[in-house]
Design a binder for this molecule. Structure first.
Ligand SMILES: Nc1ncnc2c1ncn2[C@@H]1O[C@H](COP(=O)(O)OP(=O)(O)OP(=O)(O)O)[C@@H](O)[C@H]1O
Length: 427
């Protein structure tokens, strides 16, 4: 990479990602590495202009205080030590000034970290890694895999084959958008697999949420493997791994938040070499990259969506008609939130339909129909969530639309429960 880099060494701080993002926000590239980086590893990192030793509450490991070694202290590269202790923290201003002065005055780093440079570097690296060989990508249409696809199309064009599996659990219009954007606009090699019947047949009668998730995950792998076996001469598999996936899989001082399996469960033994061009990007940078590559905002700024899709919002055993009602009501909710300035403001909003009918009145007759639950929540870290205060007249308008436009629905409920005691999703 041609960019200057500030290296962050993890001396037991939980604030490494935050520090890394702060410096990237100043336009300077950062990477987080373990405290005991060797001289060879340090040497191999390009453009290191400064090193920050970021200490914190986990600094003592097995009774011993960890520290960087001679490779770092003897490197001649400017060092800054930060210790997050119990002492009163520096004010935000002082902290930012200290960081800025270290980065720009002491290290003389150039603010050359931006998406255009990132993209041109990655294009070069991908071409070097892949040569004239072929690459396979499972393309969900979600942010990460879409940005990987766009980057690879830029780098190697038709040497990339994308496989999109329509399992029937995607939101309204999403499979069509994948085809439109990647096949028609970006002229990519796209294999579109219509596996709707296959998934819904497997899920028929299954009401246990864990079993539903498992079936969706396993069936996805089967379909993907079947498709990849039909292709010949593929050496590489591209994946939308991003930096938080790697950070969260644990460092020497911070235990794993979750294991790093990135593909919603693609096995590790598919026998391909990996291409992971986004693995050093934070989520907002992935979005910026997608935007710079020309992907539509509706793809790049999409709200988080669970891996098993609408399957976990069609509560209990999935039926086609209730799944359709989830999809249609979700589309109305999203349309109304977008029209009324709530898109981009509310972190996550969706509808869920329990396997429950109640009596109502339709065309002057009693009719047993489902109820739609609206959920709209805000969160910083998904560990806790608060409910968005959606204007009452908007809720009434959405209720009127859903009960008029969505077949089989006679009631709309608004979920007032924060997390805890609720969770964000219903299953
Ligand atoms: N319907 C699908 N068709 C093709 N690939 C899929 C599909 N669903 C998931 N994948 C693959 O599995 C990966 C992980 O899926 P997951 O649902 O966990 O989303 P994610 O990590 O948020 O990534 P993305 O933003 O790309 O959806 C995706 O990046 C993609 O490679």
């Amino acid at each position: 990479m041609k960019q200057d880099m500030i290296l962050i060494l993890d001396l037991g701080s939980e604030a490494n990602p935050r520090l890394a993002r702060e410096i990237r926000a100043m336009g300077v590239y950062t990477e987080i590495h373990p405290h005991d980086i060797s001289a060879e590893e340090l040497e191999a990192l390009p453009g290191v202009k400064g090193i920050i030793l970021n200490g914190g509450p986990n600094r003592v490991v097995d009774g011993v205080e960890i520290d960087a070694g001679p490779a770092v202290y003897g490197s001649g590269i400017p060092l800054l030590c930060i210790e997050h202790s119990g002492a009163p923290a520096l004010s935000e201003d002082t902290r930012e000034q200290t960081l800025r002065s270290f980065v720009f005055d002491t290290c003389r780093a150039e603010a050359n970290w931006n998406m255009d440079n990132f993209i041109s570097d990655q294009v070069e690296l991908i071409r070097r890694q892949v040569g004239t060989k072929k690459v396979l990508l499972a393309l969900s249409g979600g942010v990460d895999s879409s940005v990987v696809a766009a980057l690879l199309i830029r780098a190697i064009g038709k040497q990339l084959t994308c496989v999109h599996v329509n399992h029937g659990l995607l939101r309204k219009g999403e499979p069509e958008q994948v085809v439109q954007v990647f096949r028609h606009e970006m002229d990519a090699n796209l294999i579109y697999v219509d596996a709707v019947d296959r998934f819904l047949n497997k899920l028929s009668g299954v009401s246990d949420p864990e079993r539903k998730r498992k079936i969706i995950g396993t069936e996805f792998i089967r379909v993907f493997e079947e498709e990849s076996r039909k292709l010949e001469g593929i050496d590489f598999l591209a994946q939308g791994t991003i930096y938080p996936d790697i950070i969260e899989s644990g460092t020497k001082t911070v235990k794993a938040v979750k294991s790093h399996h990135n593909v919603g469960g693609l096995p590790e033994d598919l026998g391909f070499q990996l291409v992971e061009p986004l693995k050093m990007l934070f989520k907002d940078e992935v979005r910026a990259c997608g935007k710079a590559l020309g992907l539509p905002d509706s793809m790049v700024y999409r709200q988080p969506f669970p891996g098993p899709g609408l399957g976990v919002r069609c509560l209990g055993a999935i039926t086609r008609d209730r799944l359709e009602a989830v999809r249609e009501s979700d589309a109305i909710l999203r349309e109304e939130f977008a029209k009324n300035g709530l898109e981009g403001k509310v972190w996550q909003y969706f509808t869920a339909i329990p396997d429950l009918k109640s009596v109502g009145v339709r065309d002057g007759r009693r009719a047993d129909e489902w109820c739609v639950i609206i959920r709209a929540v805000n969160t910083v870290d998904a560990m806790t969530a608060t409910v968005e205060n959606v204007p009452f007249d908007l809720l009434q308008h959405i209720t009127a639309r859903i009960t008029a436009e969505v077949q089989g629905v006679n009631r709309v409920l608004f979920d007032l429960t924060p997390k805890p005691s609720g969770t964000i999703e219903w299953e």
